[in-house]
Design a protein around this ligand. Structure first.
Ligand SMILES: *[C@@H]1O[C@H](CO)[C@@H](O)[C@H](O)[C@H]1NC(C)=O
Ligand SMILES: *[C@@H]1O[C@H](CO)[C@@H](O)[C@H](O)[C@H]1NC(C)=O
Ligand SMILES: *[C@@H]1O[C@H](CO)[C@@H](O)[C@H](O)[C@H]1NC(C)=O
Ligand SMILES: *[C@@H]1O[C@H](CO)[C@@H](O)[C@H](O)[C@H]1NC(C)=O
Ligand SMILES: *[C@@H]1O[C@H](CO)[C@@H](O)[C@H](O)[C@H]1NC(C)=O
Ligand SMILES: *[C@@H]1O[C@H](CO)[C@@H](O)[C@H](O)[C@H]1NC(C)=O
Ligand SMILES: *[C@@H]1O[C@H](CO)[C@@H](O)[C@H](O)[C@H]1NC(C)=O
Ligand SMILES: *[C@@H]1O[C@H](CO)[C@@H](O)[C@H](O)[C@H]1NC(C)=O
Ligand SMILES: *[C@@H]1O[C@H](CO)[C@@H](O)[C@H](O)[C@H]1NC(C)=O
Ligand SMILES: *[C@@H]1O[C@H](CO)[C@@H](O)[C@H](O)[C@H]1NC(C)=O
Ligand SMILES: *[C@@H]1O[C@H](CO)[C@@H](O)[C@H](O)[C@H]1NC(C)=O
Ligand SMILES: *[C@@H]1O[C@H](CO)[C@@H](O)[C@H](O)[C@H]1NC(C)=O
Length: 357
């Protein structure tokens, strides 16, 4: 038997074994195939087991730009990449979530290279601090025998995530590893989500069944934006108190609940990627630029960021009526009241006319 035939046989055996492997739990969180987006920005709360640096966390998770991590943690943009991360400190790691077959996970990232002495369980528990279980890594990489991994082998670590809206609102799904001694109510309070939503979304029937090391899907409310579905960054989601850069770094968007949960985008001061210069950010038919607003008596018009394409930055003039709504009702009511009075007077005068006659 030649070596190629032997290899074929091994392959065949492997696929046979793979098909009889016990069915493992699906990777990732529930992400319905009918959700508006199949890809979206997501977060994972990485609790560093050891003292490390932001740069090391960035490398471990394969995040392209440090400013993505800074924005996800609302750290100042001036924060250096060699800044220390203390043991047990939590760093929110941003990544793109991909949904298919009703589950969401980070697609083909991060990639971890096996070091000598590593085992899958160690990688899941100690390196990625329980964000995944070893079976997830095994399944994602089609590994038949979990004990058989080689130094230098590249493993895809499928982080759990989702793109589903929650209660009809855009949501950033945050993967949270339950700490020892924590509780559903403490987690709900920490992330400003309702206990009932947290339990429902994670299929927790009994709050007491929560286990340390378990990964919870924490639905953080995201800001609404004018970003179009056909924009290259339609995947963007920003939760309260965080910021992102988009449109090849030309635009910076901040989410602040105090701004009525509306994404606030401005031209950034960063050097663009892919473009030599940032394209125009002026709203058509106006002298407003992205982020500018004007107010008339009752309307506030904002030049909102609406996404980008290969060549351009899309904008939209958004007008919010701030006081006209209630004023309108008031004037209508007065009008209605006065017209009723008018009819009453008319009827009364007609009646009196009859009497005189
Ligand atoms: C979602 O999946 C179900 C079952 O697999 C299928 O019937 C349905 O058409 C899918 N919906 C979308 C929007 O893909
Ligand atoms: C981080 O790097 C800067 C220069 O890039 C250096 O001045 C500083 O000492 C470094 N800090 C640490 C903690 O290594
Ligand atoms: C998500 O994907 C987009 C488009 O492919 C990319 O520009 C962006 O950097 C990715 N974000 C992260 C955090 O990986
Ligand atoms: C989709 O998920 C179901 C159950 O989780 C599984 O049985 C099925 O094989 C999966 N299909 C694909 C194409 O991955
Ligand atoms: C943290 O330290 C432990 C013990 O030295 C080690 O096993 C583990 O791999 C380290 N984790 C990371 C992310 O460096
Ligand atoms: C997996 O590999 C290890 C080490 O080679 C071996 O001892 C073990 O029996 C194998 N397990 C299975 C289920 O094949
Ligand atoms: C907490 O959530 C509620 C409801 O979504 C919201 O009204 C409130 O502004 C949030 N508070 C903070 C601090 O995010
Ligand atoms: C916030 O949004 C609501 C609903 O869109 C609107 O009625 C309200 O006027 C807004 N508040 C402010 C301060 O803009
Ligand atoms: C409009 O936005 C640009 C860019 O952010 C800024 O430089 C300019 O001062 C703003 N103009 C007004 C009138 O707010
Ligand atoms: C305010 O906006 C409404 C609709 O958005 C428009 O009909 C109205 O003319 C605007 N009023 C002013 C003063 O701009
Ligand atoms: C946008 O850029 C991508 C990659 O460079 C290219 O494949 C695509 O054709 C471009 N689309 C347009 C409309 O220029
Ligand atoms: C403007 O109006 C839209 C839709 O009515 C609303 O969603 C948004 O929160 C408003 N923005 C502000 C800043 O009030």
């Amino acid at each position: 038997m030649g070596s190629s035939e032997a290899a074929l046989l091994v392959l065949l055996l492997c696929s046979l074994l793979a098909s009889i492997l016990p069915p493992s739990a699906p990777l990732g969180f529930h992400c319905s195939n009918s959700s508006a987006a199949a890809t979206c920005l997501s977060l994972a709360g990485y609790v560093s087991p050891n003292a490390t640096t932001l740069a090391a966390v960035q490398t471990l998770f394969g995040v392209k730009h440090l400013h993505s991590i800074l924005g996800a943690n609302n750290l100042p943009l001036s924060t250096l990449s060699n800044s220390t991360v203390s043991p047990q400190q939590t760093i929110a790691v941003p990544f793109n979530c991909s949904c298919s077959n009703s589950t969401g996970f980070s697609y083909r990232r991060p990639v971890y290279t096996v070091q000598s002495g590593d085992g899958l369980d160690h990688i899941a528990r100690e390196v990625f601090s329980n964000l995944v279980i070893y079976q997830d890594i095994q399944q994602a990489n089609g590994i038949v025998n979990a004990s058989l991994i080689e130094v230098g082998q590249k493993l895809w670590v499928p982080l759990p995530c989702s793109c589903d809206e929650v209660d009809g609102e855009e949501t950033v799904h945050y993967a949270h590893v339950v700490a020892a001694g924590s509780s559903v109510s403490a987690i709900a309070m920490e992330f400003n989500v309702s206990e009932s939503t947290l339990m429902a979304i994670n299929g927790i029937a009994d709050a007491k069944s929560l286990k340390a090391g378990q990964v919870l899907d924490v639905p953080l409310k995201a800001c609404t934006s004018a970003i179009r579905n056909d924009s290259l960054d339609s995947y963007l989601r920003v939760a309260n108190g965080r910021y992102v850069f988009t449109a090849n770094n030309c635009v910076m968007c901040t989410c602040d609940a105090a701004n009525n949960w509306t994404l606030d985008c401005q031209p950034s001061q960063l050097k663009p990627t892919n473009w030599s210069l940032c394209p125009s950010m002026q709203c058509e038919g106006s002298n407003l630029f992205v982020g500018n607003s004007t107010s008339t008596s009752c309307n506030r018009t904002t030049c909102a960021y609406a996404g980008y394409t290969n060549q351009t930055i899309l904008t939209a003039l958004v007008t919010n009526t701030t006081c006209a709504v209630s004023n309108n009702f008031a004037t209508k009511d007065i009008f209605r009241a006065s017209s009723w009075n008018f009819f009453l007077i008319l009827i009364l005068s007609l009646l009196s006319f009859h009497q005189v006659k």
